[in-house]
Design a protein around this ligand. Structure first.
Ligand SMILES: Nc1ncnc2c1ncn2[C@@H]1O[C@H](COP(=O)(O)OP(=O)(O)OP(=O)(O)O)[C@@H](O)[C@H]1O
Ligand SMILES: [Mg+2]
Length: 429
C-alpha cells in the first residue's frame, strides 16, 4: 500500500442515522494530538487476535493516541492474510490509512503557531465525525441544500456559477453550530480546520498579524472546511477604539478572504451574537443559517439520541414529558442533563427515568407560570415517576390536589391512552 497526498476523499452520502449515533466523536479522526513518533506497544495478551485488536483500538482511542492507532491498523493489515479477512475489510481499513491522514498530518506540521506558546493556531481533524445534529426541519433543509449544491459543484461551475463557499452559522450557545460544521465536513469528505477567532485575535494583539494571514493562506491551500468560531470577535474588535489599527487591517483581510475563498473549500463562521456583526459583513457570506433552540420534537429526539448513545432507554411518554419540561433548553443543556441523570441513576441505583424526570422537572419547580400542557406533564411525572404525593405537587404548583389528579389524568389520557394502564406509569387519582 502506498501513501499518497490526496486530501479529499470520495464524498460519502449524507449520513443521518436514526439513532444519531456515530462510531466516534472526533477521537480517532483527530490528528492534533499524539503526533510524537512512538512505537506501538501491546500491553495485554489475549488469545483471539481479533479480540486483542479490538481491546487495543478501544484503549488507544480512549487515549486519543492516533499515531499508535495508525501503527496498529497497519500491523493488522500486514498480519492478516487475505483469506483471513474479507477484501472489503482490508480495503476499508486501508483507505482509512492511505493518503488522507498523511496529507492532514503534513498540514498539521506546517500549521503556523502562536508565537509565545508555540501551539498551533488551528486544529485539524482529518476525518471529522460525531453525533449528527438534530435540527428543526427548516434548518436541516438549508444544510441539506448546501451539501447538495456542493456535491453538484462541477455542474454549477460548468454553468459559470459557483457553489456556496462561505456560510455564517448563528444561534445561541449550545444549539449545535460546531457540530453542524463537523457534520458538513464529514459529509463533504473534507478535513475540519477549527480556529478560535477570539483567542487568536487577542493573542495577536500588538503582534504583526502575519500569523493570521499565514493561517488563512494555509487553510486556503488545502481543501477543507475552515471553521472560524466566535466570529463576532471580529466585529467587536472592529469597533474597539483602543485598537491601533493593525487589527482593523486584519479584519479587512478576513473580510476580503470571504469574497475570494476557493470553491474547493468551505469557510464556516460561527457566532452567538449575529447582531454584533456589521451588516456589510453578513452580506459577504454566500449563505446564512440561523440555528434556534430545539422545539418539542427535536428535544425529544435529543433525549432519545443521548440516552441511546449511553446505551440507555426510557419510556416514550417519559421522554415526551421531560422534553416538554425542558422547553427553552439547548442541545448542550439536554446532553448535560441526560449525562447527569445517567450518573445519578447509577449511583443511586434507580431507573434512569426517575432521575431524568427529577432533573427535567427541577427547573419547572421554580417556574411559576406553567401553561396547561406543561402543568399536566409535571403533575403526571411528579406523581408517577418521582413518587411525590398529590398534596406535595399541589403545594409546589399552588393548586389544589384534586386539580393535580385531574391534570395528571389529562396528561395520561392525552399522551398515550392506550398505554395508560402500564405498570410503569400508573394513572394517579
Ligand atoms: N442540534 C443539536 N443536536 C444534537 N445535539 C446537540 C445539538 N446542539 C447541541 N448539541 C449537543 O451539545 C453539544 C455542544 O454543541 P455545539 O458545541 O455544537 O454547540 P454550539 O452552538 O457550537 O455552542 P457554542 O455557541 O457554545 O459554541 C454537542 O456536542 C451535542 O452533544
Ligand atoms: Mg461552538
Amino acid at each position: 500500500m502506498t501513501a499518497g497526498c490526496e486530501v479529499v476523499r470520495q464524498r460519502p452520502n449524507i449520513t443521518r442515522p436514526a439513532t444519531n449515533v456515530s462510531p466516534m466523536s472526533g477521537g480517532l479522526g483527530s490528528v492534533s494530538r499524539g503526533m510524537a513518533r512512538k512505537r506501538y506497544q501491546r500491553p495485554v495478551s489475549l488469545e483471539d487476535p481479533a479480540e486483542q485488536a479490538i481491546v487495543e483500538l478501544v484503549r488507544l482511542g480512549l487515549e486519543r493516541d492516533t499515531t499508535s492507532i495508525s501503527q496498529l491498523a497497519r500491523q493488522l493489515l500486514r498480519r492478516q492474510s487475505s483469506t483471513d479477512r474479507s477484501p472489503a475489510f482490508r480495503e476499508a481499513l486501508g483507505s482509512l490509512l492511505v493518503g488522507r491522514n498523511d496529507a492532514v498530518r503534513a498540514a498539521q506540521r506546517s500549521m503556523p503557531v502562536e508565537p509565545e506558546s508555540q501551539l498551533p493556531l488551528a486544529l485539524i481533524e482529518g476525518d471529522p465525525r460525531g453525533p449528527v445534529p438534530i435540527l428543526r426541519s427548516s434548518e436541516q433543509a438549508q444544510i441539506d441544500a448546501l451539501i447538495e449544491q456542493r456535491e453538484q459543484a462541477r455542474q454549477l461551475l460548468d454553468a459559470g456559477l459557483e457553489p456556496p463557499k462561505t456560510l455564517l452559522l448563528s444561534g445561541p450557545p449550545g444549539v449545535g453550530k460546531t457540530m453542524t460544521a463537523r457534520f458538513l465536513a464529514h459529509n463533504l469528505g473534507l478535513p475540519l480546520l477549527t480556529v478560535e477567532l477570539a483567542a487568536l485575535m487577542s493573542s495577536l494583539l500588538g503582534k504583526t498579524g502575519q500569523n493570521l494571514r499565514q493561517l488563512l493562506d494555509h487553510a486556503r491551500a488545502m481543501p477543507c472546511v475552515l471553521l472560524l468560531d466566535e466570529f463576532d470577535a471580529v466585529a467587536k474588535r472592529r469597533d474597539d477604539q483602543t485598537d491601533i489599527g493593525e487589527l482593523k487591517r486584519l479584519v479587512n483581510v478576513l473580510l476580503l478572504e470571504l469574497e475570494r475563498w476557493p470553491a474547493s473549500g468551505l469557510l464556516v463562521a460561527a457566532t452567538n451574537h449575529p447582531h454584533l456583526l456589521d451588516p456589510a459583513v453578513g452580506r459577504r457570506f454566500d449563505l446564512s443559517i440561523s440555528l434556534t433552540l430545539p422545539a418539542q420534537r427535536e428535544r425529544r429526539a435529543m433525549l432519545d439520541a443521548t440516552l441511546s448513545r449511553l446505551g440507555l432507554g426510557a419510556d416514550a411518554r417519559i421522554t415526551d414529558a421531560c422534553a416538554l419540561a425542558l422547553e427553552g433548553a439547548s442541545g448542550a443543556d439536554i446532553e448535560r442533563l441526560v449525562s447527569a441523570a445517567a450518573r445519578q441513576a447509577v449511583l443511586a441505583g434507580t431507573p434512569v427515568e426517575t432521575s431524568l424526570a427529577d432533573l427535567a422537572l427541577a427547573s419547572l419547580r421554580t417556574e411559576g407560570d406553567l401553561d396547561l400542557e406543561r402543568r399536566s406533564a409535571f403533575c403526571a411525572l411528579a406523581t408517577s415517576q418521582l413518587g411525590m404525593t398529590q398534596r406535595a405537587v399541589a403545594d409546589l404548583l399552588g393548586i389544589s390536589h384534586p386539580t393535580v389528579a385531574k391534570l395528571a389524568r389529562r396528561w395520561h389520557a392525552e399522551s398515550a391512552p392506550d398505554l395508560a394502564s402500564r405498570e410503569k406509569l400508573p394513572v394517579p387519582g
